[in-house]
Ligand binder design. Structure first.
Ligand code: ZN
Ligand code: ZN
Length: 260
């Protein structure tokens, strides 16, 4: 069985953390060899717990940051705390940061300020950036063009744009990560985007506990289900499942600098 990677999930979320042993056992059975766990949602305690999990399991790695929903809480102090946590070798990326103009849980100006802080921090620490972008593709691209993508690169996680947006982000140097949304039959533009991203720039993720792929839609998501998304992705790209899985594992190793 080709080893799979879940490049983005939230293991510190209480819905997963409460039964972490079971979640990880099912992931192992499903062939998930590596997991990148993202903190970022809520307070710094989410990042701390995420890192604690990553330090406990050799195959789990951490990304830390402030989610755009919480951008209004991204103070200088918070950045200092993140910088301190990032001393751990298990922190492989900064994020998720970005822009979410769909929900606007934080005002636009705060989201943009936080995004710029994260890009600077990632460059300073020489780590890739994990970007969340919802209904803000053009603005996000403009800010990255101004600030520059960190030398270590970055990923647009849970990509929901169309082929044109995918091409713009590829042009900026990003990898593109697809989540369970690509398995939804009504995701027309996104499904087209899934065909244009080249093999060496594509990633896959669950974003668990959110966004369970078909046929689990509406239920709690977990890393084991990344297989369902990968199956649809392979179908859309008319690719062989194992070949695509291997390409994605290689891309994840390269971006996050984790052994293949
Ligand atoms: Zn996100
Ligand atoms: Zn996420």
């Amino acid at each position: 069985m080709t080893p799979l990677v879940d490049t983005h999930c939230h293991l510190a979320d209480s819905r997963l953390d409460a039964e972490l042993d079971g979640v990880l056992a099912r992931a192992e059975q499903a062939g998930i060899a590596k997991i990148v766990a993202v903190g970022a949602i809520g307070t710094i305690e989410t990042d701390r717990r995420t890192l604690e999990i990553a330090e406990h399991y050799p195959h789990i790695f951490a990304a830390i940051g402030v989610h755009p929903h919480d951008a209004k809480n991204c103070t200088t102090d918070r950045i200092t705390q993140l910088r301190a946590l990032a001393r751990s070798k298990k922190v492989v990326a900064i994020g998720e940061s970005g822009l979410d103009f769909h929900y606007l849980h934080s005002p636009v100006e705060e989201q943009e300020r936080s995004l710029r802080q994260h890009l600077t921090l990632a460059s300073e620490l020489d780590k890739p950036i994990v970007i969340h972008c919802r209904d803000a593709e053009a603005r996000l691209a403009a800010i990255v063009r101004e600030e520059g993508l960190p030398a270590a690169g970055g990923v647009i996680h849970c990509f929901t744009g169309d082929a044109k947006a995918a091409e713009a982000f590829l042009g900026l140097g990003f990898l593109i990560s697809f989540s369970g949304i690509v398995t939804f039959k009504n995701a027309g533009g996104l499904r087209e985007a899934a065909r244009v991203v080249p093999d060496h720039r594509v990633l896959v993720e669950t974003d668990a506990p959110y966004l369970a792929p078909e046929p689990h839609r509406g239920r709690r998501n977990e890393p084991a289900l990344v297989r369902c998304t990968l199956e649809v992705l392979a179908e859309l790209r008319r690719a062989d499942f194992d070949g695509l899985a291997a390409a994605i594992a290689k891309n994840a190793s390269r971006l996050f600098r984790i052994a293949a």
